[in-house]
Design a protein around this ligand. Sequence first.
Ligand SMILES: [Zn+2]
Length: 263
Amino acid sequence: MTRKVRVRFGPAGIGGVKQAPKNLENYNKKGLRAAEIPFTYRVWMNNNQAKEIGKIAKKFDIKLSIHAPYYINLNSQYKEKVKASKKRILSCCEKAHYLGAEYIVFHAGYYVKSTPKGCYLNIKNQIQQMQKVIKKKKWKVKLAPEITGKKSQFGSLDEILRLVKETRCFFCIDFSHILAREGKINYKEIFEKLKKFKYVHSHFSGIEFTSKGERRHLITSEKKLKELLRWVKRYNQSITIINESPSPLKDSIKALKIWKSLN
Ligand SMILES: [Zn+2]
């Protein structure tokens, strides 16, 4: 393979608007080249602030992405909830445009009373509607529905990859969510499905789960990081790996160290 490997590590979080410049500089110093901005509870910056933070991220070669609010259900039976969900995601798209962040990660919805197929079709339809807005606004961003950690939540690996194929949206592979959802993880099978993509946006952290799926994120173990990174290396996969553990900066640095030791 001649493809140049580009592996970026970084935490979820950049601090608030005031701390972001210093934090991004610090990430760069530590060798980290990515960060995901958590708008998980609300979109907390204006367009000018986004422009400024975007400039600084560019200067320090930090690839930014955005995590949209948790309060999203594109498969809700209530029209106003779907509408509010789309509004939240599109508001993230606008900020991403000014930040120079390409991917907007979000949990697309819940099956609630629909069949998985009905849920898939509803979510596909809503994604296509948002894509029309993105195109019209000329925002250079991509929707990236994430693999989710609960069985009641839409977003298995195959569901997400089917959305990618049928809507040309992007994706976020949360490896720990696959583990929580399925109770096991088959890296070979996953990387076989991912290898056709030039680039993968992903999350990886420690995770506690039950038979229903994800409970909470934990500190990321060295052993589990090593296992994932060996597969990244084996498949020569270009990838960004965002850490969402309770200590995402430390864990990102840990991951980078392990990556260096493997190369
Ligand atoms: Zn997420």
